[in-house]
Design a protein around this ligand. Structure first.
Ligand SMILES: *[C@@H]1O[C@H](CO)[C@@H](O)[C@H](O)[C@H]1NC(C)=O
Ligand SMILES: *[C@@H]1O[C@H](CO)[C@@H](O)[C@H](O)[C@H]1NC(C)=O
Ligand SMILES: *[C@@H]1O[C@H](CO)[C@@H](O)[C@H](O)[C@H]1NC(C)=O
Ligand SMILES: *[C@@H]1O[C@H](CO)[C@@H](O)[C@H](O)[C@H]1NC(C)=O
Ligand SMILES: *[C@@H]1O[C@H](CO)[C@@H](O)[C@H](O)[C@H]1NC(C)=O
Ligand SMILES: *[C@@H]1O[C@H](CO)[C@@H](O)[C@H](O)[C@H]1NC(C)=O
Length: 536
């Protein structure tokens, strides 16, 4: 990137991070106007501004990349959403220094098709800087950086009155602090319809999150319609006609995400969390016993029979081909050993392999076979922390997903062993509390553990999780947003940005902008209002 002279906005981090105890009564958070979320690494704005008119303004881009051409169409609309005030009075234009008619987009790199781990997301955005007077320029190395910059540009634009908008003189030099910035949705405990998955991707793009972790199946239901094993959803979905994701649905989600620079990381969790698989594939399940007789219940997958691995090989070959991302999430959490221990055939297997009664060794045996299968698929993988904790041999590029309490010690251990890690422990958004709980998410930092610089560098980022026990199409957007935005800023912006009181007004503006864009997102800062509230 070229060297620039610019004003650096120093974000004061000197005040306390806690809200005053009389916060609710005394303090109402007013949204900022034209301030970005997440905050760019370097950002400065002046009070001189340009007007913009939707019918005059255009993006100038000489390339042909579909990712950018589609984004131009989207942002031409998203930039110019009226603020619903119905204010037709004259506005004070005395501070205006002209009309901004164009954003010129310049991208160095090729038209990459799919977003990926370690993709380049940096960009430079100049609105009327000394070397680019009266003009706007977006420069990036990659198409993904250009997407992030267009989002920022759209957030700098604010409404003056219906049909008239403004943007201040400003500069952003920006890149993410972490390459992996995810959000998990669980479509097994409750089904989430495709249109809401797409809305969620819109909100992720707005906050620069770049990994949709799709926890697609679990014990409760199997909505994925497999090409090779259609019975899995036919028998395992809540309703095979209405509560499933067809191959076309999945392709639509992946394409929608791709155009927004978001990876779709699918998870097929095993050997636990698989009860719904057993409805179609009883041969791969462990029968649980009471005394010497099967009690009709299933436990985890049966790690001792060939049928299990034959099934997994064919099934995962399909998954590797349906989901283009280089990574698969293989799960591996919360394997209950009781059912395994009750089953006489498994006890025999334990004896003949010299495992004693250490069922962690049996789990290790299973994971080893699974990882051998995945090795043939040319994919890297992510596993929940138990796989590491139980001593399974994992490839050096495995990412360990830390989710349990005591994450500081776990991150220290995982990275000391040389593995990459991502953090979710402090970002379980499905736990809800009265009050401004986003400030708790905002405070949590993936580097808050004792370790060397090398260890810190092994932390790739983190992921907000919205588990589905109490979430479905009726509330997934409302409950997830804008709370997940707190995680998004923590993972994108500078580590020095820690003052949640200072961030509150910007978050309020983000929420109001989400409402303008058609997302029903909940209030998170106590009393207040947005100009485009649901007043009718
Ligand atoms: C943008 O300009 C307006 C009008 O001059 C000013 O009130 C506002 O504070 C400026 N915003 C920023 C982020 O500097
Ligand atoms: C930018 O616009 C201002 C106000 O219209 C004008 O005075 C100035 O000459 C312009 N600068 C350039 C480089 O065009
Ligand atoms: C699916 O289930 C039906 C009904 O039980 C069975 O007849 C059929 O063989 C199964 N198909 C496959 C591919 O397993
Ligand atoms: C394996 O994956 C890498 C990275 O996605 C890709 O460049 C390569 O072509 C793939 N190899 C095969 C044999 O599919
Ligand atoms: C980390 O490793 C140490 C030494 O190997 C061990 O004593 C400790 O229990 C581990 N902590 C966690 C959270 O796994
Ligand atoms: C880091 O180490 C110091 C000194 O041993 C200890 O006081 C502190 O609690 C540790 N911090 C974390 C996050 O583990």
């Amino acid at each position: 990137m070229k060297v620039l002279v610019f004003l650096t906005l120093f974000i004061a981090a000197t005040t306390a991070h806690y809200l005053p105890s009389d916060f609710k009564e005394s303090y109402q958070v007013t949204p900022t106007k034209g301030q970005p979320w997440p905050m760019p690494q370097e950002f400065a704005a002046k009070s001189s501004f340009f007007t913009l008119r939707p019918d005059v303004f255009k993006f100038s881009y000489g390339g042909k990349c579909d990712v950018i051409l589609e984004a131009i169409k989207r942002y031409q609309k998203l930039m110019f959403l009226d603020d619903c005030s119905k204010n037709t009075n004259d506005v004070d234009l005395s501070g205006s220094i002209g009309e901004m008619t164009e954003l010129s987009i310049s991208i160095d790199g090729p038209c990459e098709k799919y977003p990926y781990m370690y993709m380049d997301e940096q960009y430079l955005l100049e609105v009327n800087t000394p070397d680019y007077a009266n003009k706007s320029l977006l420069y990036s190395v990659s198409v993904w950086g250009a997407l992030r910059g267009m989002e920022t540009f759209s957030q700098l634009v604010y409404s003056l009155k219906p049909g008239l908008f403004a943007i201040n003189t400003s500069i952003a030099m920006d890149f993410p602090r972490f390459p992996f910035r995810g959000l998990l949705l669980d479509t097994s405990r409750h089904f989430i319809p495709v249109p809401l998955l797409l809305q969620n991707l819109d909100a992720m793009a707005q906050t620069k999150l770049n990994v949709f972790h799709w926890h697609i199946v679990d014990d409760q239901s199997f909505p994925y319609v497999s090409k090779k094993f259609p019975n899995l959803s036919q028998k395992g979905a809540f309703n095979p006609n209405t509560h499933t994701y067809s191959q076309a649905d999945i392709a639509e989600v992946i394409e929608y995400a791709r155009l927004r620079g978001i990876r779709v990381l699918v998870e097929f969790d095993s050997p636990g969390h698989t009860l719904s698989w057993g409805k179609a594939e009883p041969d791969i399940m462990t029968d649980c016993y009471t005394g010497n007789v099967p009690n009709g219940k299933y436990g985890p997958l049966d790690p001792t029979v060939d049928a299990t691995y034959l099934f997994l090989k064919v099934f995962l070959e399909e998954i590797a081909q349906v989901f283009p991302d280089n990574y698969l999430h293989l799960g591996g959490d919360e394997v209950s050993f009781d059912c395994w221990a009750s089953n006489p055939a498994i006890q025999d297997f334990m004896r003949s392999h010299g495992f004693g009664n250490k069922y962690a060794l049996l789990e290790q045996y299973y994971m080893q076979q699974l990882l051998d299968i995945v090795k043939g698929l040319n994919k890297s993988y992510i596993v929940w922390q138990e796989v590491y904790d139980n001593g399974v041999k994992i490839k050096p590029d495995t990412v360990v997903h830390v989710w349990k309490d005591g994450y500081e010690a776990e991150l220290a251990n995982v990275t000391a062993s040389g593995f990459n890690a991502i953090l979710s422990s402090c970002w379980y958004l499905n736990y809800i509390n009265y009050g401004d709980d986003w400030t708790t998410f905002y405070k949590c930092d993936p580097h808050s553990f004792n370790g060397t610089t090398n260890q810190k560098n092994l932390v790739l980022g983190g992921e907000a999780c919205m588990w589905g026990e109490y979430v479905d199409g009726s509330n997934v957007i409302t409950r997830t947003w804008p709370r997940a935005a707190a995680v998004a800023e923590r993972l994108w912006s500078s580590a020095a940005l820690v003052d949640s009181k200072d961030a509150a007004s910007r978050l309020e503006e983000l929420r109001c902008n989400m409402i303008k864009r058609g997302l029903k997102v909940e209030p998170v800062n106590g009393p207040g209002f947005c100009s485009c509230d649901y007043v009718q």
